[in-house]
Design a protein around this ligand. Sequence first.
Ligand code: SAH
Ligand code: SF4
Ligand code: F3S
Length: 458
Amino acid sequence: MSKPDQYNVEIPSNEVKDSNIKYFTTYTYGCQMNQHDSERLAGQLKSIGYEYTESLEDASFILINTCCVRESAEKKIYGKIGELKNLKVSNPNLIIAIAGCMAQKDKEKLFKKAPHIDLIIGTHNVHQLVEIVKEFEESKDRVLAVWDQAERLAPDVPTIRRGKISAWVPIMYGCNNFCTYCIVPYVRGRERSRPLHDIIEEIHQLGLDGFKEITLLGQNVNSYGNDTKEYGDFADLLKAVDQVETIERVRYMTSHPRDINDKVINTILNSKKICDHFHLPVQSGSDAILKMMNRGYTTDYYRELVRKIRKAIPHASLTTDIIVGFPGESDELFQETLEFLKEIRFDASYTFLYSKRSGTPAATMTDQIPLVVKKERLQKLMDVQNDISLEINQQFTDTVVTVIVEGPSQRDENRLMGRTTTNKIVLWDKQGTEEVGQLANIKITTAQTWILKGKLID
Ligand code: SAH
Ligand code: SF4
Ligand code: F3S
């Protein structure tokens, strides 16, 4: 079963909850932008008197923030919504809200599929939660709040953050790219950049609140500023963020390979705080498939981009996303992707089975690939990538890396976790002298495919 989100709030340890307090809980699926939307939804609930709980049973408000990028995500979410039905039967006052991309896509159809839902909140309506809850309480009737289009920029709302060290900061919303497989532009609308001044203010304040690392968010961060000439471009933004004194590290996602330019690479090279990790989703290593995907670059262009980045910043890490089984992907074209992976040698690849999204151009393309073939390809791809990731990670054995201490690892309280600027996850046995948020030097003793393990050194 999926876990509830965890916010940076004190949860009372007593087992009996105060019956005068209304509690809420949230479950979030999908990308970091959605995770951040949940922080803004949770903040609004807190502002009208709800307290956070991790317990579904104690909650009188359950919010599910949804993703529809692949069918597998949707299935999981429908399963979760189904689980809530019994809770609603035993507690008719329970409010169940569905927000996010599935809400935006399916709108009132969700009420038909799951009549126990009370509120449907689209991606452009996140900032309206307080009004939506008020309307529901007054009318006692279901509320559908899904605008087809976004206001140019949604106003700021109270936010409660999930972590204490690392925070997400949206810099732009929406996507104009219309890659032929992707539903995101339909559910997140057109690109809108946030004012530079607001972004810098927020980051400065996050630093004062104790956050060390921020991640700038956008579907295609390199398009920052394209919709208005007021704020400069993404490189200008990076330069300004690099100068915010209260924070230590800056990450960003996601970069579109077509739009990242020399100015951005040089800005990162000359910056103090911008991490030397490039996540550049290539999606396929076949020119024919890239064209059908409408990605706007060729493999040769991508090779040249990687060469430039590695020349400028040799120790930078490079990760990617790959889709297998896009319509028309023959064995030969898939082989090109495998070869491309071996040639580029990414630190890690996030690999996905192509999922047909109705309404997108790829959904009606001929020559859809059978699921068994997609699964075989995915396995081959992962086998090749895992070997490469392990080989790259093994080069760190016996070296010393610097991480920001983020806290205990997910599985073991006595083990701490931190990340390098290149986004490698490092685990080590807690010595007791470490403090969350501080830098620590770790000597790597064991390298694995996805993580490095080591010992704290002075
Ligand atoms: N804006 C980002 C992320 C988009 S969604 C970008 O352009 O990189 C994250 C990843 O999901 C994509 O990079 C892509 O690899 C994958 N994805 C998107 N639509 C998909 C689909 N229909 N089927 C399978 N994977 C998909
Ligand atoms: Fe989807 Fe392409 Fe936009 Fe990324 S750039 S969100 S993959 S349409
Ligand atoms: Fe999913 Fe929406 Fe993000 S579809 S990946 S939650 S933008």
